[in-house]
Every structure is written in C-alpha cells, then in structure tokens.
Design a protein around this ligand. Structure first.
Ligand code: GLU
Length: 281
C-alpha cells in the first residue's frame, strides 16, 4: 500500500517550533517508507486566514528542508465541494442552526466565560432553537453556526461508540469514537459555509491520505471526524497523533501566545540543521 500523509496548516498566523515538529514528523514518516507527503492549506475561514501567512508557511517549510507534491491543495479554491457535503448533511437532518453566542452558551453551561480560550473545554449540545425562534433570528440576519447533532447522528448510525479508528502513536490501538466529549460541534458557519472539520475529512479521502499525522490536541476532534466519515461514506485513515512539543516554560507552543516564529528563528541566524537537530530530526 502506498503511504500518503500530509501537513495541513491553517494560515492564521506564522508557524512556530510546534508546527516545525509536526511537519517534520509527517515528512520523515513518509521519507522512511518511500511514501508521499502533501502540503494542504486549510484556509476555509477567510475571516482569519491571510495570504502572507500562507507564503510564510511555504518559505518556512522549504527552509527546514521539506519538499512536497505540487499542486498544493488550497481549500479556499474548493469551497463548493465542502458546501455540497454540508448540504448533504443538512438533507440527512443531522445539522442544526445555532444562533447562540459564546456568552450565551457559557451561561447555559453555567461556567464563567474565558473569552480568550479558543480551545474551549466545554461541550455544547443544546440542540436546535424552536422553529419560531429560528425563523425570527434568520429574518433578522443574525449570524449562526451549523452544529452536528450527535443525537441525530446516533439515530442514523446507531451507537457512535461502535465507530473505531486505528491510532498508531498516543495510546496505540483501536480507539472508539467518543464524540460526546466535544458535543454538538460547529461544522460550518453562516459566513464561511462548511468549516475545516468537514473540509479535512473530505480532502483526506479525496487525496488518498492513508495516515493522518498531527498533534495530540486534535485527538478528540478525530472522534467527530470519524462520525462525519460514517455519515458521508468516506474511508477512515490510520491516525498518528504525536505528543505536542513543549516550550521552555513547559507549555505547548501556540500561535495565540505569540510564540517565537520560525521566521524569527531563521532571522536570528539558527540554521535549519540546528533546528532539526533540536527537534530530534
Ligand atoms: N488545519 C488544522 C490546524 O492547523 C490541522 C488539521 C489536521 O491536521 O487535520 O490546526
């Protein structure tokens, strides 16, 4: 079997050492078995992605010594394909519009809002609004998210825990989907249409990705993506979620913390060999 893996950054900021580690992990895995390595630009959210970040992604990865197949798939150029899948899910009755703001959701959950934490630990599954409320909020042009109803998905697919995937890195073995940990996840929005979570499963299938190699921070998302694969009749790749690289303060690198970027590291005179060695490659 041909081994196909990918690095799929969202160009919402500059890459840091954590990204370098992730990209090198995937690229080396492909190299080790004579497999294929793809770069995919996950820029469905045009409110956050910028062309200069994408240009920097490619510059940084090339500087690190990575190479990838052409053409690079840029998700913003395939929006219609993802929206078609969103529509299929709507037709199945497994999506609902959620107009609740983050603040409203936190209040419903009875927790204090942490406005700056995009990795919200709370699962929101409050279900659809009443038909009357939905019609009114729609008429007012209010923003909404499309959420995947786990209840409706269960009605269609049966026990969601019966869905499995093979994990080869953290807690290797057969994993059972536990989508309830993330609740009724947002899979699209009024403004952007289908979101990354749908685009990624479609593209992994379309591009024949056999191994999804990515950070452990996405392992819970895998459960939800597994449900989407089942709903959309897509194959399930093998997953390798690698532990996250920790900074000197013991915390993971993150774009939002303004971690030192690869561009800054490069400008400071560090060589690619030195950085690769530091990262264990
Ligand atoms: N685009 C996602 C991110 O930058 C990664 C998605 C994936 O590797 O599946 O966080």
């Amino acid at each position: 079997m041909v081994f196909v893996t990918r690095f799929a950054p969202s160009p919402t900021g500059y890459l840091h050492k954590g990204h370098a580690f992730s990209a090198l992990t995937a690229w080396s895995a492909a190299q080790a078995v004579g497999g294929r390595f793809l770069l995919r630009i996950e820029d469905t959210d045009f409110t956050r992605c910028r062309p200069e970040y994408e240009a920097a992604v490619m510059e940084d990865l090339a500087w690190l010594g990575l190479d990838w197949e052409q053409p690079v798939r840029r998700q913003s150029e395939h929006r219609a394909e993802y929206d078609e899948a969103l529509q299929r899910l709507r037709d199945m009755g497994v999506l609902y519009r959620c107009f609740r703001t983050r603040k409203e959701l936190m209040a419903l959950a009875g927790v204090a809002p942490h406005a700056d934490d995009p990795n919200d630990p709370h699962a929101f599954s409050y279900g659809p609004h009443s038909a009357a409320e939905e019609a009114e909020r729609l008429a007012h042009g209010e923003a909404f998210a499309w959420r995947l109803s786990l209840g409706a998905a269960r009605d269609r697919l049966g026990d969601l825990h019966a869905l499995t995937w093979i994990e080869e890195r953290v807690r290797p073995g057969i994993h059972h989907a536990e989508p309830e940990r993330l609740g009724d996840m947002v899979v699209g929005r009024k403004d952007i249409g289908a979101g990354y979570i749908i685009a990624a499963v479609l593209d992994d299938a379309l591009q024949g990705v056999t191994h999804v190699i990515r950070g452990e921070d996405l392992i819970e998302v895998t459960s939800v993506q597994r449900v989407l694969q089942a709903l959309l009749d897509l194959p399930t790749p093998v997953y390798r979620h690698h532990p996250l690289l920790l900074g000197p303060d013991g915390k993971r690198y993150a774009k939002r913390d303004k971690s030192v970027t690869l561009g800054e590291i490069r400008a400071s005179g560090v060589t690619p060999d030195a950085l690769r060695a530091e990262l264990g490659f």
